[in-house]
Design a protein around this ligand. Structure first.
Ligand code: NDP
Length: 277
């Protein structure tokens, strides 16, 4: 029997993770199965216990189980502890459950490969949910001039920024905050789920600097609402497909201790999304 991994979510049918991990396994010659598993909203612990009893070795966790995964873990990595966010679970040989977050590494690797401004950049991060919690530490490690976190619920952005103040210049507030309205950002990362509903946070026309880069963590066959809004205002735009592949590669590395090539998988995923259009 091959080694078993999966992604838990609800809903889960849309997940591209099995596609990505199957390509990683083929490419690296690792013998494993990676499945998408629907978990009931009220019993994550139950499906996790069944998975472990079946011999499952590790799992990704997506909406809405990220908090359940955090609570279920016996050992948190330093970055998951700081972010209070988890997307990867690993079963230790000692029976313990290890938890980590790979979203931030994934985002920064993708931004780096896209040559997005990071070092010395003025960065605006929109949203203060699970995804944003996981990306602030690696973004700050790139040495930006400053990061502003703007969220619909301003208090959440302020609290989140305060948790990372010791790592660099980071502050938070609402979309109407003077920092946001002043604009001139070199990089704006949309980490809200507004795009899912086809909505856009209220943003000024002057949001970007002359070489400003717009990045949406969401992805799809078509440019997102945020990308379409940014197109005439920013120098470059990108969606979060590369982040998805890079965070998956980091999970794969945690489980198998081997780094897959991401460029070919990113291309294959883009191709498959366009085919399904
Ligand atoms: P959460 O549910 O944890 O957070 C959602 C955030 O979006 C909150 O800050 C919320 O604000 C804000 N929001 C929701 N609706 C609106 C709206 N209509 N207008 C303005 N703000 C809004 O979600 P996640 O952090 O897990 O995910 C956020 C996005 O990132 C999703 O689009 C997800 O698909 C994407 N993502 C992509 C990944 C990738 O690999 N590419 C990985 C992980 C996530 P409030 O606090 O006020 O409710």
């Amino acid at each position: 029997m091959s080694d078993l991994y999966c992604v838990f979510g609800n809903p889960i049918k849309h997940s591209r993770s099995p596609f990505i991990h199957t390509l990683f396994a083929e490419q690296t010659g690792e013998v494993l199965r990676y499945e998408a598993r629907l978990a009931p909203l009220d019993d994550f612990q139950g499906v996790w216990d069944d998975f472990v009893a079946e011999g499952g070795l590790g799992a990704n966790v997506t909406v809405p189980f990220k908090l359940d995964a955090l609570q279920l873990a016996d050992v948190l990595s330093a970055r998951a502890q700081r972010a209070q966010a988890v997307n990867t679970l690993t079963c230790g040989k000692n029976g313990k459950v290890y938890a980590d977050t790979t979203d931030g590494v994934g985002l920064v690797r993708d931004l780096t490969s896209l040559n997005a401004p990071l070092v010395g950049a003025r960065i605006l991060v929109l949203g203060a949910g699970g995804a944003v919690r996981g990306v602030l530490e690696p973004l700050l490690a790139m040495g930006p001039e400053a990061i502003f976190v703007a969220n619909r619920t301003a208090s959440k952005a302020r609290e989140l920024a305060a948790n990372f103040e010791d790592l660099g210049k980071v502050s938070g507030g609402g979309f109407e905050a003077s920092d946001v309205q002043a604009g001139g950002f070199d990089l704006v990362i949309n980490g809200t789920s507004a795009s899912l509903a086809g909505e856009l946070p209220p943003l000024p026309d002057t949001l970007f600097s002359a070489h400003g880069f717009a990045y949406d963590m969401m992805y799809g066959a078509e440019p997102t609402v945020f990308m379409r809004w940014a197109e005439p205002r920013a120098a470059a735009t990108a969606d979060g497909l590369g982040m998805l592949v890079e965070q998956a590669a980091e999970s794969f590395f945690l489980w198998r201790n081997i780094r897959p090539d991401t460029a070919s998988v990113r291309e294959a995923l883009r191709h498959s999304l366009l085919e399904k259009k």
